[in-house]
Ligand binder design. Structure first.
Ligand code: CMP
Length: 136
């Protein structure tokens, strides 16, 4: 079973969309293996998004990701990474297919409601960033 990380981002938590997003996730067959509500420090956000360091949107992304609570969720399913990316839709909500999470709940390319791991390897790394094996 493949593992992937969903993060319900500060804009979606603030707008009370945690339940709406989790319903879409479980309805397409994901198992929620671990979950919590937390708030990232700037250092934690910079580490998590280290691959984007130096990009023009990096500092703004850190401001946004530390602006409120987030809900990281470790998910399992066959083809978990690809399926989560499908139900999230394109990074930019304006380009995301109708009915996808970012189309429904995102408001800009930055404030896009949710994050999903982009590869099976990153699924392992990113779930381990938030959860220890004892929590599964
Ligand atoms: P996410 O899937 O979490 O991965 C990196 C995040 O950076 C992305 O979602 C957006 O929140 C943000 N992001 C990506 N591209 C841009 C961009 N061009 N401008 C602003 N923010 C972006």
């Amino acid at each position: 079973m493949e593992r992937t990380l969903l993060i319900i981002k500060p804009d979606a938590v603030e707008a009370n969309n945690i339940g709406n997003i989790l319903k879409i996730i479980v309805d397409v067959g994901f198992t929620i293996k671990a979950m919590r509500m937390t708030r990232l420090t700037r250092d934690q956000a910079a580490k998590f998004y280290g691959i984007h360091e130096g990009k023009p949107f990096f500092e703004s992304l850190l401001d946004y990701m530390t602006s409120g609570k987030i809900v990281p969720v470790a998910l399992e399913r066959e083809n978990a990474v690809a399926k989560l990316r499908e139900v999230l839709g394109a990074t930019d909500p304006a380009k995301a297919d109708t009915g996808t999470i970012r189309n429904l709940y995102g408001s800009s390319i930055e404030r896009n409601a949710s994050h999903g791991s982009d590869s099976a390897e990153n699924g392992k790394i990113e779930t381990a960033f938030f959860f220890g094996e004892m929590e599964y």
